[in-house]
Design a binder for this molecule. Structure first.
Ligand code: SF4
Length: 315
C-alpha cells in the first residue's frame, strides 16, 4: 500500500469518487429500516450491534421486532435476560445481546437515557468498540468521522491505491487512509461513509466485484491495473458448523427459547427451564454437552440449576 501522504498525488481524487457515489447512493441504497428518517440514535446502535457478525438483510426482522418491544435504552434496561436472549433468536453470538442490555443500563443510569453523541463517550459504553462508536457518531449524529470496516477498507484500497486488501485486523494505516479520503464537508462525509460501505457490501465485494455496474469503474485504480492480487487472499479454512461447540451451544439456547415461547408466562419471567433429562437428550456426546453448558454458564447466558437442569439467568 502506498503511503497515506501520497493520496493527494494519486490520479484518483476523492472528489471524483464522491461525485459518482452521490447519485449511486440515492438510487441504490438498500431500504433498511434503521436508515429511515425518524430512527433514533439508539435504533442505529442496535442495528450496528446486530450486524456486527450478521449480514444486514438478515438483521431486519430481528431489529424490527426488537425495536417494537424495546424502543429505547430504558425499556431494554428493564427486560429480563430470558427475554433478551430469546429475542436475539438466531442472530448468533448471543453474548452481544447481553452486552447491548448492559449498554442500555449504563445509558439509562449515567446518560439520562440518551446515547451520547461523540465517539469518545460512545466508546466508553459496554460492547461499543471503535467501529461501532464511529458508525453511530456518523450515521446517527451526522458527525464527520472516518468509519473503517472491512468493506470500506477494501473499496478505498482498490479504488485509490490499486491494490487488493486482504482483510485482517484494522491497522493504524487503514484508519489514516480512510481519514485521508474522507470529504472535508461534514454532510459529504456522512454520505461518503454510508455509500462506500454500501458499495463494498453490494457491488465491490471481496470475491466477485461487479465492475460492469459499478459507479466507480471509470476511476478505479485497481480495475485499471487489471486486478493485481485478485483471488490471492490467503483463505482460512472455514470452520464447519456440524458437530462444533457453537452448534451445541445454539441447540441448548434454542431449546430454552422454545420453552420461553411456549411458557405460560410469555415474558420469560416464569423461568422456563430444561430438566437434566431434557438437556441430555439434546446432544449425544455428553462430555461435549457438559463443556458447552459450562461455557454458556461462564458467559452468563444460562444458569446451571442444582438438579442438573438449566435455565436462562434469573435477572
Ligand atoms: S470498479 Fe470494480 S474493483 Fe473498482 S470499486 Fe468498482 S467494483 Fe470495486
Amino acid at each position: 500500500m502506498s503511503d497515506v501522504s501520497d493520496m493527494n498525488d494519486a490520479s484518483v481524487q476523492p472528489q471524483a469518487v464522491l461525485a459518482r457515489l452521490r447519485p449511486w447512493w440515492s438510487n441504490n441504497a438498500r431500504d433498511l429500516p434503521w436508515r429511515r428518517p425518524g430512527t433514533s440514535p439508539w435504533g442505529v446502535l442496535v442495528s450496528e450491534v446486530m450486524s456486527q457478525q450478521t449480514p444486514m438483510i438478515r438483521v431486519v426482522p430481528y431489529w424490527n421486532a426488537w425495536m417494537r418491544v424495546w424502543p429505547n435504552p430504558a425499556a431494554l434496561a428493564k427486560a429480563s435476560s430470558a427475554e433478551v436472549i430469546t429475542a436475539w433468536g438466531k442472530l448468533g453470538y448471543p453474548r452481544r445481546a447481553l452486552r447491548l442490555q448492559e449498554c442500555a443500563r449504563v445509558v439509562t443510569a449515567d446518560f439520562g437515557g440518551e446515547l451520547p453523541d461523540d465517539s469518545d463517550a460512545l466508546l466508553s459504553l459496554p460492547g461499543v468498540g471503535e467501529y461501532t462508536a464511529a458508525a453511530v457518531a456518523a450515521f446517527a449524529f451526522g458527525r464527520r468521522v472516518a468509519v473503517v470496516d472491512t468493506n470500506i477498507r477494501r473499496v478505498i484500497s482498490r479504488v485509490f491505491d490499486g491494490v487488493e486488501n486482504y482483510g485482517g485486523a484494522t491497522t493504524a494505516a487503514d484508519r489514516a487512509r480512510a481519514a485521508a479520503a474522507l470529504p472535508a464537508v461534514t454532510a459529504d462525509s456522512v454520505l461518503w461513509n454510508q455509500a462506500v460501505m454500501e458499495l463494498g457490501a453490494t457491488v465491490c465485494t471481496a470475491s466477485s466485484p461487479q465492475c460492469e455496474t459499478c459507479p466507480l469503474n471509470d476511476v478505479c485504480a485497481w480495475r485499471a491495473a487489471d486486478y493485481p492480487g485478485m483471488g490471492e487472499k490467503p483463505t482460512r479454512k472455514r470452520q464447519k458448523w456440524r458437530g462444533t461447540n457453537r452448534q451445541v451451544r445454539g441447540r441448548v439456547l434454542d431449546a430454552l427459547r422454545q420453552k420461553v415461547t411456549a411458557g405460560a408466562d410469555s415474558s420469560g419471567r416464569g423461568r422456563a427451564q430444561l430438566s437434566s433429562v431434557e438437556l441430555e437428550a439434546l446432544w449425544p456426546d455428553q462430555a461435549q454437552l457438559r463443556e458447552c453448558v459450562a461455557g454458556l454458564d461462564d458467559d452468563h447466558l444460562i444458569d446451571i440449576l442444582p438438579d442438573g437442569g438449566v435455565a436462562f439467568p434469573n435477572e
